[in-house]
Ligand binder design. Structure first.
Ligand code: SF4
Length: 436
């Protein structure tokens, strides 16, 4: 749970992206700070339209790095000239806007508010299945506010899911601080049963399982993978934050898993599912992380090759045990974060590259910026379709899309016509992609 300050410059597209960032931050339990001086993380959404603007962006980034605990730069200038910030001596994390909310979580789980009810947002139904967790991570401030997991019965959550489907939900997002420990408070590990029951509801919809710590999934991972394999409604996607490739650091973080447990979870899903997406998180620069520990994290990332990776530079949260540990220097954290981010780009780029030229069935889940829509394939990979109005593509549609390119955060694609004679409007799409 962090306080944030966000500043947006430039066009309506940037403002739309900042609104999305804020929405995700608030959904994750963060709150706005009164100003940059009170913020745990300051976010600068930049514009690069003329040279004078660029100078202003650099100057503002310099000012913000003096005030906020952590600075993230996103937007056009970050993507086109990210190196300019480093050259100016600005210690900022350069991120695509889609990556900002997870970075701001600082390795903590997203929170669900007490007694949170399901919410339908467009065709996306948010289903909080429980609040709280069973852990006591040494870097986490969230747990102070939420406490031990409190799980309503399976039947109650299934009824809520049914109500969402009846109200028009096409994608149900099963959320919770740690969905893997659902039912632990009753002495029963009930996540596989819950997911199976939700998938039995009449209707055409998809189900996305929210963050589940490796320690919570391990032990039910075989049963869980079987449920995924048996139900096409479930996106073949898990978000299991490993946080470090070193058991020593995991112990200091007081995580409930060790690296081998994480590996076993991944191997089981590899075994049961043909195409699935592993999303994981790494905290870089934890106070007790030495060079060998860092290398172990790099090696684990290179070995497991997750399709989605969130890299967070460790920052202290007041009142946590990790805040009392002697921290690493900013330069060390920055260098390790840079090395891991470079490896991440290589691994994720390779995964996206393998999608190009392939056709996937997708669900259109929400509107994107401009006239684009965001789609998800069966492994929850994000594919953007542009010129949606002209192509008659609406939110809630299921359609086949051929992937034409990617930017390592999401893929771009063109709808394939029903006769299967190739992507519709390829020439138009090519012209649009060229606009970027
Ligand atoms: S699992 Fe760990 S990081 Fe997540 S809320 Fe619980 S204590 Fe915090």
């Amino acid at each position: 749970m962090a306080t944030y300050h966000i500043e947006t410059y430039g066009c309506s597209s940037n403002r739309g992206e900042s609104r999305e960032i804020e929405r995700a931050l608030r959904d994750g339990g963060h709150r706005p700070a009164d100003g940059p001086e009170d913020a745990d993380v300051a976010i600068l959404n930049t514009c690069t339209v003329v040279e004078k603007t660029e100078r202003n962006m650099l100057r503002r980034a310099e000012e913000l790095q003096e005030t906020a605990a952590d600075l993230v730069v996103t937007g056009c200038m970050a993507l086109a000239q990210g190196e300019a910030f480093e050259e100016a001596g600005i210690d900022a994390e350069i991120l695509h806007w889609d990556e900002v909310p997870t970075y701001a979580l600082n390795g903590e789980c997203p929170t669900t508010t007490p007694d949170a009810e399901p919410v339908l947002d467009g065709v996306v139904g948010l289903l909080p299945i429980a609040r709280g967790c069973m852990s006591n991570c040494s870097y986490c401030i969230t747990k102070f506010a939420t406490g031990r997991v409190d799980s309503p019965p399976v039947e109650e959550n299934v009824e809520k899911a049914r109500a969402l489907v009846h109200a028009g939900a096409k994608e149900i997002r099963v959320t919770g601080q740690d969905t893997g420990v659902y039912g632990w408070d009753d002495g029963d590990r009930k996540l596989p049963e819950l997911l199976d029951r939700i998938c039995d509801i009449d209707g055409e919809f998809r189900v996305r399982l929210g963050m589940a710590n490796p320690g919570g999934i391990h032990g039910i991972h075989e049963e869980l993978a079987d449920v995924f394999a048996a139900n096409e409604e479930l996106y073949d996607f898990i978000h299991a934050p490993v946080q470090s490739g070193s058991d020593d650091v995991l112990e200091d973080m007081r995580r409930q898993h060790r690296v081998e447990k994480f590996r076993e979870v991944v191997a089981t899903f590899d075994d049961r599912l043909d195409h699935w997406t592993l999303s994981t998180d790494f905290i870089v620069g934890f106070p007790t992380e030495d060079e060998t520990d860092h290398e172990r994290s790099m090696d684990l990332l290179a070995e497991v090759r997750p399709e989605k990776i969130n890299v967070t530079r460790f920052s202290k949260r007041p009142g946590t045990d990790a805040a009392d540990m002697k921290g690493l220097g900013g330069t060390v954290k920055k260098e390790r974060s840079k090395a891991m981010s470079e490896l991440k780009m290589e691994v994720v780029g390779e995964a996206y590259e393998s999608m190009v030229g392939e056709t996937f069935e997708v669900l259109v889940v929400e509107e994107g910026t401009g006239d684009s829509v965001k789609c998800r394939d069966s492994a929850y990979r994000q594919i953007i379709v542009r010129n949606a109005t002209e192509r008659g593509v609406d939110v809630g549609d299921f359609l086949d899309v051929e992937v034409t390119g990617h930017n390592t955060v999401y893929a771009f694609g063109d709808p394939v016509d029903e006769a299967g004679s190739g992507p519709a409007g390829v020439e138009d799409a090519g012209a649009v992609l060229g606009d970027d």
